[in-house]
Design a protein around this ligand. Structure first.
Ligand code: SAM
Ligand code: SF4
Length: 363
């Protein structure tokens, strides 16, 4: 059975109203400027992580509704040349499900030789493709991995594919897509006990591990504030094997708070860092630099938006780059100040879960 998510409000026609001052790039009314573009290349995925997808998947977008490589290059070009985008991350769904991912990257790379391009992936298929992705111009990779135990992985991802993910992460490193970052979501009673083991595994390989607090973006709407594993609990879990001290240096809008890691025990030296992304309990909305494009070319100013602007429809209707830029600016000008889920007990907040799940937005 497929679950229909409905669609957020989409603005389709006519010039979008914007109060954004000319030449300000992707500024919003709260004074933030988006320079970091997260672009989803596909909504489809080959895993069914419980915190993201329903067991039976979702109704996938038809291929004709996905942005083509040329359309992606054009949209990224508008972002970089007219709106001050300085960083691109490709995501999904699962980006490696697209057979033309290398072509997408090569197109953007040819147009923007200096643009940092990274990819977030579940790692399945990377062993065969990491070299080609690097050759196409990809700089860095994040591999999502929540468990090192085959049974726990199967419980969380609803697929028996741990070996492929582990091999994929190693292949990314061998292809020079470094530093390889590992994203892990901890679920209470499922894999939260694995935090120190995951960190040890990552440190041994020189991978940069980041724990992400589970956000209420699952298609099953099963998230509860009480059940989610908080950043404080993650640090507590890690303290059984490691000492954590704040990593020196400015955070500069980065979602992950970095901690220096020492093995537990007096006098140990720093052996690496770990990141914790506390989107729920320690939100960083006031520092947010992100703008998002969904796989069907809609602008979302925030992961938690309830409104989207259809950029691809405008592009396909023959809009100029200036018109595309204007629509993008208008969408970002309306970016909400904050997601409103940073209080215990969601009934005491103004938070309403978006209709799209994480995979359909592009995480
Ligand atoms: N399929 C790719 C992957 O898993 O890396 C890319 C898309 S996935 C939506 C991007 C990231 O979002 C993954 O690291 C995943 O763990 C994270 N994610 C998905 N649902 C989440 C949720 N409800 N809360 C926090 N992180 C989530
Ligand atoms: Fe797929 Fe990534 Fe969502 Fe897991 S987190 S179901 S791999 S899109």
């Amino acid at each position: 059975m497929s679950v229909s998510l409905g669609l957020p409000r989409v603005r389709r026609a006519g010039p979008a109203p914007s109060g954004a001052p000319d030449g300000a790039g992707l500024m919003d009314r709260h004074g933030r400027r988006a320079t970091d573009l997260r672009l989803s290349v596909i909504d489809k995925c080959n895993l069914r992580c419980t915190y993201c997808m329903p067991a039976d998947g979702l109704p996938w977008l038809p291929a004709a509704q996905l942005m083509s490589p040329a359309e992606i290059t054009r949209i990224v070009g508008v972002g970089v040349e007219r709106l001050g985008i300085t960083e691109l991350r490709l995501t999904g769904g699962e980006p490696l499900v697209r057979p033309d991912l290398e072509q997408i990257i090569a197109g953007v790379r040819a147009a923007h030789p200096g643009l940092p391009i990274s990819l977030t992936t579940n790692g399945i298929g990377l062993t065969a493709r990491a070299g080609g992705l690097a050759a196409a111009g990809l700089d860095r990779i994040n591999v999502s991995l929540d468990s090192l135990d085959a049974q726990t992985f199967r419980t969380l991802a609803r697929r028996d594919r741990l070996g492929e993910v582990l091999a994929g992460a190693e292949a990314a490193a061998a292809a020079g897509l470094v530093p390889v970052k590992i994203n892990a979501v901890l679920m209470r009673g499922v894999n939260d006990h694995e935090a120190p083991h995951l960190l040890g595994w990552a440190l041994e390989r020189g991978f940069a591990l980041r724990f992400i607090e589970q956000m209420p973006l699952d298609a099953d709407h099963g998230w509860t504030r009480e059940e989610m594993v908080t950043a404080t609990e993650i640090r507590h879990r890690l303290s059984s094997a490691y000492q954590l001290t704040p990593h020196p240096g400015a955070r500069d809008g980065a979602p992950a708070q970095l901690w220096d890691v020492r093995p537990a025990g007096a006098g140990a030296a720093v052996v690496g860092t770990v990141g914790i992304i506390a989107s729920v309990t320690e939100p960083f909305c006031s520092e947010c630099k992100r703008t998002r494009i969904t796989a069907e070319g809609r602008i979302r100013s925030c992961l938690f938006s309830h409104q989207e602007e259809d950029l691809l429809e405008l592009l396909r209707a023959g809009a100029t780059d200036a018109e595309l830029a204007q629509r993008w600016q208008a969408a970002m000008w309306a970016k909400p100040a904050a997601h409103g889920m940073d209080h215990p007990g969601l009934d005491s907040t103004d938070y309403i879960q978006p209709q799209r799940s994480m995979s359909a937005i592009g995480g």
